[in-house]
Design a protein around this ligand. Structure first.
Ligand code: ZN
Length: 151
């Protein structure tokens, strides 16, 4: 078990487009384990690799039902719109209202290197969109229609 410090603004890695994973090796699996441990340690519902200082395309998400570990995640379908409140471990003390698709289908790879798709709505859809944005250097404050301090 390894809990990392979560990088926060203005660390430039949060604004960097992360690189895809070409080969799943022990280092990648360890990285996923560390991301999972860090997410749970900080009570997050999701974490992207750049948030622990690694600019690679991996996310972990758990909104309370199941742990999702997704390598090279991509949104291949989206539908509807919802406006809900968001925060981010990398932007401490700020919350905002953000418009997101209500439903998404995400394609990616699991730890075994197998491709899969997952359909998500509401909170899980929001978490996937938020974390995948991190892989492109995008933060929720960029999309927020309104933000406020939450200390
Ligand atoms: Zn975030």
């Amino acid at each position: 078990m390894a809990v990392y410090q979560v990088v926060t603004l203005p660390n430039p890695i949060l604004r960097t487009k992360a690189l895809p994973i070409n080969k799943i090796n022990d280092g990648v699996l360890r990285l996923i384990d560390n991301m999972r441990d860090t997410m749970y340690a900080f009570d997050g519902v999701g974490l992207a690799a750049p948030q622990i200082g690694v600019s690679r395309r991996i996310i972990v998400v758990d909104t309370g039902e199941k742990l999702w570990e997704i390598i090279n995640p991509e949104i291949i379908f989206q539908e509807g719109i919802m406006t809900t409140s968001e925060g981010c471990l990398s932007v401490p003390g700020t919350v905002g209202r953000v418009n997101r698709a209500k439903k998404v289908i995400v394609k990616g790879m699991n730890r075994q290197g197998e491709e899969f798709t997952v359909e998500a709505v509401d909170l899980l859809a929001k978490a996937f969109q938020h974390e995948i944005d991190h892989l492109d250097g995008i933060l929720f404050i960029d999309k927020a229609v309104e933000t406020r301090k939450d200390n």
